[in-house]
Design a protein around this ligand. Structure first.
Ligand SMILES: C[S@@+](CC[C@H](N)C(=O)[O-])C[C@H]1O[C@@H](n2cnc3c(N)ncnc32)[C@H](O)[C@@H]1O
Length: 226
């Protein structure tokens, strides 16, 4: 997620909009406004890196050798860079977002894609998705949700995992007890460890600072259902 001002976005206005939705318990009602304000140009979405997550690419490079015939899902796929790279490494990819304008941007951007881009809500996804994906990919969705919705999102993500499936989680991070009013609200170690508390096995975990200026601390984690 790039810094808000980089694409002419007014950070204070953005945060006020998010807060007002959160205060009326409408935590997902504002996402489409971000994508529709891009007016059809994926380059104008302020939080889009427009390149696949390098940690995802590295993971795929090492572990996707046996991906043929395997199903992957990208949660809150935004403008699609990560979904496309998973397809490039051989997965049959479903990518969904609650924002219809995000999915329109993806469909226009990748006219020849093998990825199936769909509008769907993580909290009410199609029944047939339950426990049916070999690879679940989460990047920056939990951090844009408030309060109880964060655990619900985590549990919904896990419920997409088939037996022996993997889940990759990428997010901003913070020290516990710090930055508690931030938007987006980064995950602390206790929160991300919730994936392990549900019974998943942690295969790898990294805490790192990204290459933005100023640098932003992040977590990258890989868990498996065994
Ligand atoms: C900060 S953006 C991250 C987008 C993309 N994953 C990335 O890293 O660039 C969070 C995304 O999650 C989507 N989202 C939020 N809540 C969702 C939900 N309940 N179901 C599906 N998508 C959701 C938003 O529309 C938005 O595209």
């Amino acid at each position: 997620m790039q810094w808000l001002q980089t694409k002419g976005f007014d950070a204070e206005k953005y945060k006020a909009m998010v807060r007002s939705h959160q205060e009326r318990d409408d935590p997902t009602g504002w996402f489409d406004a971000i994508y529709s304000s891009a007016e059809g140009d994926h380059n104008a979405v302020f939080w889009a890196d427009l390149a696949p997550n390098p940690y995802l690419v590295e993971w795929l490079e090492k572990h996707a050798v046996s991906s043929a015939g395997k199903k992957a899902i990208a949660i809150g796929c935004g403008v699609g860079d990560d979904a496309e790279v998973m397809a490039k490494y051989g997965y049959e990819v479903t990518a969904f977002d609650i924002a219809p304008s995000a999915i329109s941007l993806c469909r226009n951007r990748y006219k020849e894609t093998d990825v199936s881009y769909l509008v769907a809500d993580l909290f009410d996804y199609p029944e047939e998705w339950s426990r049916s994906f070999d690879l679940v990919y989460e990047c920056n969705t939990i951090q844009v949700l408030p309060g109880k919705y964060r655990k619900q999102a985590r549990d919904a993500m896990i419920s997409l995992m088939a037996e022996n499936a993997e889940i990759l989680v990428s997010c901003r991070s913070r020290n516990s007890g710090e930055q508690e009013d931030m938007i987006p609200l980064p995950l602390d170690k206790t929160e991300i460890d919730g994936f392990v508390r549900t019974g998943l096995i942690e295969k790898s975990f990294a805490a790192y600072d990204d290459d933005q200026d100023p640098q932003v601390p992040h977590f990258w984690a890989w868990y498996r259902r065994e």
